[in-house]
Design a protein around this ligand. Structure first.
Ligand SMILES: Nc1ncnc2c1ncn2[C@@H]1O[C@H](COP(=O)(O)OP(=O)(O)O)[C@@H](O)[C@H]1O
Ligand SMILES: [Mg+2]
Length: 311
């Protein structure tokens, strides 16, 4: 069995960078090593995310699990710490962890369908997401040191501040044909929003509807990139990717209504949701420009402009 076929999304995505290619070269060995160490038998990989290799697997006692081996990068190191904190409430349970090889053995969601793939009225899908977010945010923030220092959950103040600096630096250096005023607004929001947060929670960090799976009659989150900070930060990927609001007849009105719905469900200020939508899209646009994908970044800027009308 080829454990790493060339058409896997993570292979296609990570082949674009030297760092990604180095990790991909070690991946077949990592799969063998962690399978031996954990005593599990992986099946063929899932055609899922772009930053990790994920496969269903069976433990020696027959338990059905998921084996996930992640490409190491800053945003992923605290995934096990957050999953331990949530302890199966709103997120999948973590059974085993190898911090050196960045391998996780996770509870397997069954049927495991993505919220992104459901044919549901938008309001219903958004409420499902909001229910999961409320449960995650209710866990409180961890006290004491994590099991491994690298697993410390970073603060949104630090992370978004670094992104704000990068946005400004990349704009000056690369000069992409983006709206300068909107880029400056995005950088300002990345610096200002975290510091004015009305409360702080452990954030999921990548709460898109592909990371919300059906499990035993309910819904849980997978794949966190956790941070500690303003809850409104978690809303934009849900808002922007459920029943694509940008393809509706009147995208601005659709976004306004859905932002209001999520703000009411989650007890948040709609302007902070709009602010994070702008900030995250501007950050993404400059990241793409930095990786030679200015055109894709221009699409992010168009979305940022739409959200800016809600500020
Ligand atoms: N615990 C799980 N149960 C069932 N399916 C899973 C589980 N974890 C991941 N998957 C599947 O694998 C895909 C990729 O996993 P994910 O953790 O999102 O990786 P990535 O960081 O690459 O996005 C998911 O979209 C989902 O379809
Ligand atoms: Mg994912």
């Amino acid at each position: 069995m080829t454990t790493v076929p060339a058409d896997l999304p993570c292979v296609r995505e990570l082949s674009r960078t030297a760092d990604g290619r180095r990790w991909l070269a070690t991946l077949p060995g990592l799969i063998e090593q962690v399978s031996d160490a954990f005593g599990l038998f992986p099946g063929p990989p899932l055609h899922g995310g772009s930053c990790s290799w994920v496969a269903p697997a069976t433990l020696a006692d027959g338990t059905s699990v998921i084996l996930k081996i992640g490409w190491p990068h800053r945003e992923m190191y605290a995934e096990p710490a957050a999953l331990r904190l949530w302890d199966g409430h709103g997120a999948v349970r973590l059974f085993r962890h190898d911090p050196v090889r960045h391998a996780l053995v996770l509870e397997r969601c069954l049927p495991g369908e993505q919220l992104a793939a459901q044919v549901l009225p938008a309001a219903e899908a958004l409420r499902i997401g909001a229910d999961v977010l409320r449960e995650l945010w209710s866990a409180g923030v961890p006290e004491g040191r994590p099991a491994h220092p690298a697993e410390t959950i970073e603060t949104l103040v630090d992370m978004a501040g670094d992104w704000g600096d990068l946005v400004a630096e990349r704009m000056t250096r690369l000069r992409p044909g983006y709206d300068r005023g909107l880029v400056a607004e995005g950088a300002r929001l990345l610096h200002d929003l975290p510091a004015s947060a009305p409360r702080e929670v452990v954030l999921h960090g990548d709460f898109n509807p592909g990371n919300i799976l059906s499990s035993g009659g309910g819904w849980v989150a997978i794949d966190p990139k956790p941070l500690i900070g303003d809850p409104a930060y978690d809303v934009p990927p849900l808002l922007g990717q459920v029943a694509d609001p940008h393809r509706q007849a009147d995208p601005e009105r659709t976004l306004r209504e859905r932002t209001a719905l999520l703000a009411a469900e989650l007890d948040l200020d709609p302007a902070r949701i709009a602010g994070w939508s702008v900030a995250r899209k501007v950050e993404s646009a400059l990241w793409r420009a930095h990786h030679g994908r200015e055109d894709e970044g221009a699409a992010d800027m168009a979305v940022a402009a739409l959200h800016a009308r809600l500020l």
